[in-house]
Design a protein around this ligand. Structure first.
Ligand code: 5AD
Ligand code: SF4
Length: 475
């Protein structure tokens, strides 16, 4: 697995003004999301299913009839944050006894009935493949029952559901292209919470991209735990399922989406180093609107550790993939995920990770210290033997190194002109706008007469380790 986790402290909190209830029942849903982009994308499916059933979303938790928390299990602290929030929500039941509180997503799948029976924190538990059942589950709770559906499916992709876009900007959107994960990385809980890997019908993906473009969206991110293993109409063993129909792999899907319109940018996440082919890179180089950015999680720079992590590649293989990216798309920015203090990691092995970071010159990284997760291969096979202070010290070291690497990469953009897609107002000042260039670098620019959804050419004048600033030229 590896979808970058985007921890969002604020909840999505629905958007009552944007999501109208279709049957006029007037029920209000407060939907809160945690975890990775895939989870945020799932929340848009959940909002769609419930809006069809008469629920409007609200940002005001006090007026909610139903509170749903779409949760993450990837590290212990992700779960802890949800528990704290759940007990706050539970206090609202005193004033509003009819309030339904439900837990969805990875924590729901992992903890199942425990949340209802032992912890008594919720009325409803629904796993990632059970969202179509939410209207029934909510009505079961209304009838005085506790409701659970944590069945995982081999087929569910929600392909026919048109997600309600919860992101306010209206410029960028996620499209989920597959679900689940068949890689058994030893540290990872995802195969247990999201089930087996399955790909979504390419036609429905392309159609969703077309609809988004027509509605003014200018960027889509294709999401999957391991996009390189996307496959349609062919089994893992290479047997064609329906000879009358087209076989589609990830490179082909990427091309189909890129062809929707040259003004629609295409991104994707996450690539797996063991499966990323040159084909994908060549497709990226061929289409200007496929962004020059790859998220390629390495996790560790040492072969023994990679083996214990069951990642399925060596440092040498990973470097070959890095070299291929730099050769085929020289302008590309590369980001990664790193875990420090995995079971048995020595100081030397930690140093190897830092060496690999320097070799890769990552422009960006998501870094974590190892958190043991119940049921995973690592929990069963290895001792979680690195003390927390050492895990954290190593994490600090990789973070410090990454700040330097990011700053170096951003400095190299000064004096260059790049195309920026404007996404909205800068958080710091209404006189400035924020957008990203193809390489995923965040760029701040003066507002002037530009607006979200515009493409502008920006001369980069200054930068930090996190963002760049510049001015619009010759537009
Ligand atoms: N502990 C720490 N980090 C983890 N990740 C996944 N599982 C764990 C864990 N048990 C990180 C990996 C992955 C990212 C999404 O989260 O780096 O790529
Ligand atoms: Fe996403 Fe679930 Fe993994 Fe969290 S545990 S990062 S929500 S797939």
């Amino acid at each position: 697995m590896s979808i970058e986790e985007k921890v969002i402290d604020e909840s999505i909190q629905g958007q009552a003004t944007m999501v109208e209830n279709k049957s006029g029942s007037g029920k209000k849903l407060y939907l809160e999301s945690y975890g990775c982009q895939m989870n945020f994308s799932d929340s848009e499916i959940i909002a769609s299913i419930l809006s069809e059933n008469g629920y409007a979303t609200t940002r005001n938790v006090d007026e909610a009839d139903v509170i749903l928390m779409n949760t993450c299990s990837i590290r212990e602290n992700a779960e802890q944050r949800v528990r704290n929030k759940l007990s706050q929500h539970n206090k609202r039941k005193k004033q509003n006894p009819g309030l339904v509180i439900g837990i969805l997503g990875c924590m729901a799948e992992r903890l199942k009935k425990d949340l209802l029976e032992q912890e008594k924190l919720v009325d409803l538990v629904a796993g990632p493949d059970a969202y179509r059942d939410l209207p029934n589950l909510i009505s079961d709770v209304g009838g005085g029952q506790k409701a659970v559906n944590v069945l995982l499916s081999r087929e569910e992709t929600y392909a026919d559901i048109s997600p309600v876009r919860l992101d306010k900007g209206g410029v960028t959107a996620f499209i989920s292209i597959m679900r689940g994960c068949d890689n058994m990385c030893s540290f990872c809980v995802v195969p247990f919470t999201r089930g087996r890997e399955r790909s979504r019908d390419p036609e429905s993906i392309v159609q969703e991209a077309k609809d988004l473009f027509e509605r003014g969206y200018r960027e889509v991110t294709l999401l999957g735990q391991n996009v390189d293993s996307y496959r349609w109409n062919i089994t893992k063993k290479g047997e064609i399922i329906d000879p009358e129909k087209e076989v589609v792999n990830f490179a082909m899907l990427l091309e189909k989406v890129a062809l929707v319109n040259p003004l629609l940018r295409v991104r994707f996440s996450t690539s797996h180093p063991k499966d990323m082919t040159d084909d994908v890179l060549i497709t990226m180089a061929k289409h200007r609107n496929i962004c020059d950015y790859i998220h390629l999680p390495v996790q560790s720079g040492n072969n023994e550790v990679l083996k214990r992590m069951n990642r399925g590649y060596s440092v040498e293989w990973y470097k070959d993939r890095l070299d291929a990216i730099r050769r085929i798309i020289p302008e590309a920015f590369i980001s990664t995920d790193i875990i420090t203090g995995f079971c048995g990691e020595t100081e030397e092995q930690h140093q190897d990770t830092m060496e690999l970071m320097k070799y890769a010159k990552y422009e960006f990284a998501y870094m974590f210290f190892y958190s043991e997760r119940p049921k995973t291969l690592a929990e069963r096979k290895f001792e979680d033997d690195i003390p927390e202070d050492i895990k954290k010290r190593r994490l600090n070291e990789v973070q410090e190194l990454q700040v330097e690497l990011s700053f170096d990469a951003h400095k190299r953009t000064i004096g260059k002109v790049c195309e920026v897609l404007i996404e909205g107002l800068s958080k710091r000042s209404e006189d400035f706008l924020v957008g990203r260039n193809s390489q995923n670098l965040t760029v701040i620019l003066p507002r002037e007469n530009h607006k979200p959804g515009d493409y502008v050419n920006v001369l980069i004048e200054d930068c930090t380790s996190a963002t760049a600033t510049g001015v619009v030229v010759n537009d």
